[in-house]
Design a protein around this ligand. Structure first.
Ligand SMILES: Cc1ncc(C[n+]2csc(CCOP(=O)(O)OP(=O)(O)O)c2C)c(N)n1
Length: 405
């Protein structure tokens, strides 16, 4: 086993990356398949990304792989519960398929010390992967997601409102749009305090067409804020391909308007994501301003919940009864699953001599036990009281209904 990585080869010589354009999307529908080749060097589009991952210790690399697995098995376990256990109350916008993005980014951050020390992450309606990568307590998150009183937020938030300030996980957000504006406000406060913290906002391709995306990039560029916008381009916002709301193939091109670095990375390769994130973090900490990172990725499950999925199987396929029609071809899902972030991370670490297959299998088995234990613990917790639902709101007392004017 090597400790660091003088002799390590580059993570991937070439990567198979499904194209983002609507034309290729339609071609995929017509049977041409979704995968095309893209040189890995494209990830270093503007030549400014360091190859930091080569210097990671073996322990850190194993921790990153373990966290990817933790997210994967959290999502699979929860999907199976939704499909098979009628007493299970939780729901989720599943993150499976996108794990390398959350882990690559959060591995480049400071993840302890509370809101005054840790780097801050603002998440989305698809938050469980970001939360696990930031270091959330999985037991308490599982309880929260099932509306249990001992959950992270007392059982009143559930999936789209989980938060844990102690690790700088500032919260999921059910609203598409406002997150980046709140995050840039935080970055402004950090600058005003003279802290070296950094703020990351995760957002989907669906956020490109919101005014908040542009406002956040413009303001953070003008004020050189320690802000990183990680745009997870999983091709679809809900059920619509992103080419319906964005004129560019690479959303990262939007960075040019604001004169900040815009970087495209293969979101299935945790080390490519880490390299880009680390470069952006160094820039932000040094007071040089924001970066937009676009990670090309894919979600294996449906937009919401587990329609189209089968217990014990990864991914959702076929007709989605919640959508007007099946919104993506099965072969596109399978093409992306052939470039799985778990497999890619595992094979890089084995190639680098950091792990062997037996140890990788043992780690995966331990993670599965850990996840099972978290869900079992959560299931035994007391439910929150509906009567307490108005606790922790800004005002107490009675407000008389009245009309204006
Ligand atoms: C202001 C607002 N409008 C509409 C919605 C409904 N909605 C939930 S998720 C979503 C699409 C999000 O797409 P994207 O940002 O690409 O993330 P993805 O779900 O693909 O991960 C929409 C429109 C919402 N949550 N908030």
């Amino acid at each position: 086993m090597t400790d660091t990585a003088e002799s390590r080869p580059e993570a991937a010589e070439t990567v198979e990356m499904p194209s983002a354009s609507r034309r290729t999307f339609l071609k995929g529908l017509a049977g041409a398949g979704a995968a095309i080749s893209l040189p890995a060097t494209a990830a270093r589009a503007n030549g400014e990304i360091g190859f930091w991952a080569k210097d990671l210790t073996d322990d850190k690399l194993v921790e990153m792989f373990t966290t990817i697995l933790r997210i994967r098995w959290h999502e699979r376990t929860m999907a199976d519960k939704m499909l098979t256990d009628p007493s299970y109350r939780g729901y989720n916008h599943f993150y499976a398929g996108q794990e390398a993005v959350a882990v690559g980014v959060c591995s480049a951050l400071r993840n302890s010390g509370g809101v005054m020390e840790a780097d801050l992450v603002y998440s989305t309606h698809r938050p469980t992967g970001h939360a696990i990568a930031k270091g959330i307590d999985m037991k308490k998150m599982a309880a929260e997601n099932e509306f249990r009183a001992t959950g992270l937020n007392g059982g009143y938030g559930a999936e789209m409102h989980i938060a844990d300030k102690s690790i700088g996980f500032m919260g999921a957000d059910g609203m598409i749009g406002p997150g980046p504006v709140i995050a840039t406000g935080s970055a402004f406060a950090i600058r005003a305090r003279g802290s070296d913290q950094v703020v990351v906002n995760f957002g989907g391709d669906g956020t490109y067409a919101t005014p908040h995306f542009h406002s956040a990039l413009n303001n953070s560029a003008m004020l050189k804020l320690p802000f990183i916008y990680v745009l997870e381009n999983n091709l679809y916002h809900q059920y619509a391909h992103y080419s319906y709301s964005c004129p560019m193939k690479d959303i990262a091109d939007a960075a040019q308007t604001y004169r900040i670095p815009g970087v495209v990375v293969d979101g299935q390769d945790v080390l490519q994501v880490y390299n880009a994130a680390k470069t952006a973090v160094e820039r932000a900490r040094a007071g040089e301003g924001p970066t937009l990172i676009e990670a090309k990725t894919y979600r294996y499950y449906n937009h919401w919940g587990a329609p189209g999925a089968k217990p014990g199987e990864l991914g959702a396929f076929g007709y989605d009864p919640l959508a007007i029609s099946s919104f993506r071809p099965e072969r596109e899902v399978r093409a992306w699953m052939a470039r799985d972030p778990v497999d890619i991370a595992r094979s890089i670490l084995i190639r680098w001599g950091v792990l062997d297959q037996a140890r990788a299998d043992q780690i995966e088995s331990d993670v599965r036990d850990e996840v099972t234990e978290a869900f079992a613990w959560a299931a035994e917790q007391p439910l929150c009281n509906p009567e307490d639902g108005l606790k922790h709101v800004f005002a107490e007392g009675t407000v008389l209904p009245r009309q204006f004017g």
